[in-house]
Ligand binder design. Structure first.
Ligand SMILES: Cc1ncc(COP(=O)(O)O)c(C=O)c1O
Length: 461
């Protein structure tokens, strides 16, 4: 194990508490466009925008300058006492992008805090309406909403939940609509034509079992991201869910932390399904990954309730909510999304990226499925044509990404794809400024990494 780095062979202590203490990672000195550069001069094509965050690529001086300028003007003001022009400008831009009556924007420092805020706001909404017992949140298995205790409790990623079992809140979970591995053995087309969804019926049963008077919110990612590898829902799933939430007076929180801001070829992925949520949470792409920014966009009915029946105060907040420098990054990012016609680029390259990935599916039998939309795709890897997952200890997705990194590209590997503990996938989500030539390079590097994996599987290693 490498403990640290040093001059002339002298071992120095490593002061970083790494995510995995048995590992150190390549040191990146800078980035430009879709590329990151290591201190050893190695170049990596960023095939997953870091953690699906660096939507606008690396080294964009316009965002860096906007942050520096704001830091010079006023780096910190407390939002319990003051506000800044950038706060208002960014809230207006995001509020105008959001669907329907979602207008008010509350800022946090990332996606976990955004979902934590949405969970607490749902509770406050019902408390202000005189229904304090309405407080159970329902989430979905195979979903991720963050690592704080509230967001982790709402999420359904068993590997992340297990070490904290005793700490988690008594939230409930239903199956996600992952038709490829439908837990009810149904066919997607059958559910669509008959409008008879086992997974939606499961949600209704759970609401009735808990009692509608106890349930405050249902939270879902529009496309299941890190846990299942960019899985889009069946076309009318969210319309059915919206109808249920309306029937039982349950707030619908849509977690767009990974999918927001053009990633799937719409400002927000839920737009593809014609549904208006009550709260949208966001993070990552809002600042193109240049600052630790997230937040929630809130429906007017919630704001009106807080004002009409409460005292207008949301009992919540963080020191760095609406931090002017992070917000300035978001504002500069919004300008670039607009002026560089990012949505157009995403829609223009969607087919090309999909075709490249689908050719890899045809070439390698263990590439079981390609799914996604916009510039957000998942590759599912399986040991046979029936989608049987590889044994988890083979670390197939991790190994594939390690090989890709050796070759000069980085992707987002994940496991537990099929049922929470077995299954492997890779998320392909390059910066949205990528060009056609760079998409070709991404596919070619991935092809080489897959070939290496195919060889080692043949050798039985
Ligand atoms: C859908 C979703 N929600 C929430 C989060 C948590 O966001 P953060 O890591 O910024 O706290 C993530 C992070 O990957 C995510 O993908």
């Amino acid at each position: 194990m490498k403990l640290g780095w040093g001059d002339g062979g002298v071992q120095v202590k490593d002061y970083v508490f790494h995510r995995d203490l048995t590992k150190t990672y390549p040191i990146i000195t800078h980035g430009k466009g879709v590329y990151l550069y290591g201190e050893d001069g190695k170049r990596y094509l960023d095939g997953c925008s870091g953690a699906v965050a660096a939507n606008l690529g690396h080294g964009d001086k316009r965002i860096a300058e906007a942050m520096a300028l704001q830091a010079e003007k006023a780096a910190f003001v407390h939002t319990m006492r003051f506000e800044t022009p950038v706060l208002h400008k960014l809230a207006e831009k995001i509020g105008k992008l959001a669907p329907g009556s979602l207008n008010r924007v509350y800022f946090t420092c990332g996606g976990s805090e955004a979902n934590e805020s949405a969970i607490k706001l749902s509770r406050q909404y019902f408390r202000n309406r005189g229904e304090p017992e309405k407080q159970v949140v329902i989430g979905r298995w195979l979903s991720y909403h963050g690592n704080t205790i509230g967001s982790l409790s709402a999420g359904g990623d068993i590997k992340r939940r297990q070490p904290y079992n005793g700490y988690l809140l008594p939230f409930q979970h239903v199956s996600a609509p992952h038709c490829l591995h439908c837990p009810f053995n149904r066919e997607e087309s059958d559910c669509e034509t008959k409008k008879d969804w086992s997974c939606v019926a499961e949600l209704e049963r759970l609401i009735l079992e808990i009692g509608p008077s106890q349930v405050s919110a249902f939270i879902a990612e529009p496309f299941t991201g890190s846990q299942a590898g960019a899985v889009p829902p069946p076309k009318s799933y969210f319309r059915e869910v919206r109808a249920l939430c309306d029937r039982y007076d349950v707030l619908l929180i849509i977690d767009e932390v990974m999918t927001g801001f053009c990633r799937t070829g719409a400002h927000f992925a839920i737009e593809h399904y014609g549904v208006e949520p009550d709260i949208i949470t966001f993070g990552k792409g809002v600042s193109g990954g240049y600052s630790a920014l997230g937040g929630m966009i809130v429906h007017d009915k919630i704001i009106d309730t807080l004002l009409q029946y409460g005292d207008g105060k949301f009992v919540h907040g963080y020191t760095y909510s609406g931090h002017p420098v992070t917000v300035a990054a978001g504002l500069a990012a919004m300008d670039i999304y607009e002026s560089e016609h990012i949505l157009r680029n995403v829609k223009g390259l969607e087919g090309h990226l999909f075709e490249g990935l689908d050719n890899l599916r045809k070439k390698y039998p263990f590439v079981y499925d390609i799914r996604g939309k916009g510039l957000f795709f998942g590759i599912e890897l399986a040991s046979n044509q029936d989608g049987q997952p590889f044994p988890p200890d083979l670390r197939i997705a991790e190994r594939l990404n390690e090989k890709a990194m050796e070759l000069g590209a980085v992707f987002y590997p994940g496991n537990g794809t099929v049922n929470g503990y077995a299954g492997d996938h890779l998320i392909i989500a390059p910066p949205l400024i990528i060009s056609e030539r760079e998409v070709d390079e991404l596919i070619s590097l991935l092809d080489d990494a897959l070939k290496d994996l195919a060889d080692s599987l043949k050798e039985g290693t």
